[in-house]
Design a binder for this molecule. Sequence first.
Ligand SMILES: Nc1nc2c(ncn2[C@@H]2O[C@H](COP(=O)(O)OP(=O)(O)O)[C@@H](O)[C@H]2O)c(=O)[nH]1
Ligand SMILES: [Mg+2]
Length: 325
Amino acid sequence: MTKTNLITGFLGSGKTTSILHLLANKPANEKWAVLVNEFGEVGIDGALLADSGAVLKEIPGGCMCCVNGLPMQVGLNTLLRQAKPDRLLIEPTGLGHPKQILDILTAPVYEPWIDLKATLCVLDPRQLLDEKTVMNENFRDQLAAADIIVANKCDRATAESQQAFSSWWDTYGGDRQFVETTQGNIDGSLLDQPRRNRAALPESAAHSHSHPSNKGLAALSLASHQRWQRSLNSGQGYQACGWIFDADTVFDTVGLLEWARLAPVSRVKGVMRITEGLVRINRQGADLRIETQSVAPPDSRIELIHDSDTDWNALQSTLLKLRLS
Ligand SMILES: Nc1nc2c(ncn2[C@@H]2O[C@H](COP(=O)(O)OP(=O)(O)O)[C@@H](O)[C@H]2O)c(=O)[nH]1
Ligand SMILES: [Mg+2]
């Protein structure tokens, strides 16, 4: 059986960072797999996780639970049967609702395959200060469904965010555990904590995001001879716009990093080719992280997410001008 953990958390809270940390510290003799679902259609987390050595399955473009959970089940079946991992970490989109995913994971058909352990919810306590986030029922239900709360981004904590977290904890903490982390430095032993049967979670009422393509089953990719492609997704008051560029497209380094830093959106992530090689760009609000990447994906891809109307065409035309080849 595959020991399985659901790693939830709102947009940009640090789920992928935490998973990368856990993978970097996993027992050397174990085979781990990651199932990741992103809000945008242009899957980026897969490229971010490509360096990690885990077996990876991506389900881009919405939530795992849609279409009767079919995309998720296909991904799950492939991973469990083909890779037979010792452990599976599941990262749903930050806008996803945990109920449907937990229902699938606890369905009788998976009983012989999945040993479901604790659900971790990664939280940036500053999110508790943002009214729009706190109003989002998926944000609240992610916390409610968790066995362990990972209060991440301790380096960015303020007196207000600490206060907000302790009052949340006093009201809702219950029998949960919490740990405080920076860069998702979770102790791997937490993954073996048992899953508790939480009081029935409500079904998500706001199950309203669109599924423009219903492709869902495979990450988007370019057709042959196609140099670039863009894809939009929207739902729950958020919009995502992503671009894929072929492997021959190289970007101006300074221009690209400035574009990513200044784009008037809340979230930017991508793995892109620049003259020096491959760069990973990850921005949440004003927190920007730039890293190099060694494993080369077949294309360059970048995605922006924002919670109000954004002039994607203006951003696109600047981005296209930054191409050197
Ligand atoms: N300052 C700070 N930034 C962090 C920390 N953990 C993650 N980040 C950054 O937050 C952004 C979102 O992280 P990511 O793991 O991609 O979030 P996800 O959307 O929940 O998967 C990235 O730019 C990360 O580098 C942390 O502890 N401190
Ligand atoms: Mg992620």
